[in-house]
Design a binder for this molecule. Structure first.
Ligand SMILES: CC(C)(COP(=O)(O)OP(=O)(O)OC[C@H]1O[C@@H](n2cnc3c(N)ncnc32)[C@H](O)[C@@H]1OP(=O)(O)O)[C@@H](O)C(=O)NCCC(=O)NCCS
Length: 243
């Protein structure tokens, strides 16, 4: 059983029964609690080595569940067994399906992983909401001046949600680009309000108009966003029938 309530928009489905439409982005929720069971056996030798390197057993279990589920999901779309899915990496470590396959991205926080799939570059970020004493200092360091000013102008009660919206939208974009920490975070602005918007992009050859930001709502404890290159897609959310 889930030990958090997943939003009912995440429909129970089996990978392989929901083909990815040309104008769709699919997001799969994978609860990371419990034991990995058969999912651990799906990992490659390299993934097993990585799992064995985690110091805490709980982190190891979450990795096994997350990556076993990722293989199950991708195998469903590709029409191959989970163990036959092969990965390649971008220059800064972003994983891709080797050969022809959908673009995907994985994010995890606490006991939840989200996997986004699309026909173009996609990034996803999920954060478990927790009280941050140093929220203002973190925002000052990571947000653009425009974003920080928007946060600072909000009443205290609205700041936490706005902070997490901004964080996950920015992170989803840098994950879509695959640049990780090499991406200067003050070179683009996203909205902090209910409506996800890519407001501006300075330099780097990207245009805000070429990107779409989407809010993903896995449940009350989490804030999540996806970013993808292209026009506004239909977002469809699923969950795996895991025990
Ligand atoms: C990997 C990275 C891109 C995201 O890390 P994170 O937020 O800790 O973790 P997430 O759970 O969202 O994503 C991790 C997954 O992204 C994928 N990933 C790895 N490198 C990636 C890259 N360069 N680009 C996109 N995705 C990447 C992997 O599937 C990884 O899963 P794994 O570690 O289980 O293999 C990290 O290098 C990074 O750049 N973080 C930026 C942090 C930051 O300053 N954010 C500020 C936002 S305001």
């Amino acid at each position: 059983m889930d030990d958090f309530a997943l939003h009912p928009t995440f429909a129970l489905a089996s990978p392989g029964e929901v083909p990815l439409g040309a104008r769709e982005v699919h997001v799969w929720a994978v609860p990371l609690h419990g034991e990995p069971g058969a999912l651990a056996a799906l990992l490659s030798a390299k993934e097993r080595e990585r799992a064995a390197r985690f110091r805490f057993a709980d982190h190891q279990r979450r990795y096994q569940i997350g990556h076993g589920a990722l293989r199950t999901i991708l195998g469903g779309y590709l029409g191959v067994p989970p163990t036959a899915v092969e990965f390649t990496q971008g220059p800064r470590g972003k994983p891709y399906v080797a050969g022809a396959g959908p673009f995907f991205n994985l994010s995890h926080s606490g006991k939840l992983a989200l996997v986004a799939l699309a026909g173009s570059e996609v990034g996803i970020d999920v954060e478990k909401v927790r009280h941050l004493e140093s929220l203002t200092a973190i925002a000052q360091r990571h947000f653009s001046p425009t974003e920080f000013a928007a946060l600072d102008a909000l009443p205290e009660a609205g700041r936490q949600l706005a902070f997490y919206r901004c964080w996950t939208r920015k992170e989803a974009y840098i994950k879509a680009l695959g640049l990780g920490l090499a991406m200067p975070l003050d070179t683009f602005d996203v909205s902090l309000g209910e409506r996800p918007e890519f407001l501006a992009c300075r330099g780097g050859g990207e245009r805000a108009a070429d990107w779409v930001l989407l809010d993903v709502s896995p449940g009350p404890e989490f804030v999540a966003a996806a970013a993808l290159r292209g026009s506004v897609p239909e977002l469809r959310c699923f969950r795996l029938p895991l025990a």
